[in-house]
Design a protein around this ligand. Structure first.
Ligand SMILES: [Zn+2]
Length: 141
């Protein structure tokens, strides 16, 4: 059973296309008490005419001494379409996290879809959308 622990919501650099302020929420996801993932979700400006969130999900061991290269990550966009949340994988260049080394190996869209971790990425992104209050309010309000 996944458990989302939101850390903080921060202001990030303004949107490149419209200059509007953007916020991001990040935290950890636990599975039966064990930390299994880190997430960083950028809440896209609502001025874009759609509700959208771009999340980097990094799977692996988040202990202090752990080599980040043991982790693997994917970038996922969540969008509200006709009342349904649609999830799609994006490319590493779309990652809202600049320090990508911290995330581990960030997979391309094709790699993520073909990966054994594909379902896990989707499962974790889904849990974040439901359980991080700022993320949930942005997408589902
Ligand atoms: Zn914009």
């Amino acid at each position: 059973m996944l458990n989302v622990e939101p850390g903080a919501t921060v202001n990030v650099e303004p949107c490149r296309c419209c200059g509007k302020d953007r916020r991001a929420s990040f935290g950890f996801v636990h599975d039966h008490g064990e930390t299994v993932a880190f997430y960083y979700a950028a809440l896209e400006p609502t001025q874009h005419g759609e509700r959208s969130i771009v999340t980097a999900v990094s799977l692996g061991d988040w202990g202090h001494e752990v080599d980040p290269s043991t982790r693997c990550a994917a970038v996922i966009r969540a969008k509200l379409v006709n009342g349904e949340i649609e999830l799609t994988f994006l490319e590493p260049a779309d990652s809202p996290v600049k320090d990508r080394a911290m995330l581990g190996n960030v997979m391309s869209k094709a790699e993520a879809i073909a990966s054994v971790a594909c379902d896990r990425f989707i499962e974790i992104a889904g849990a974040v959308l439901l359980e991080d209050p700022d993320v949930n309010e942005h997408i589902a309000r």
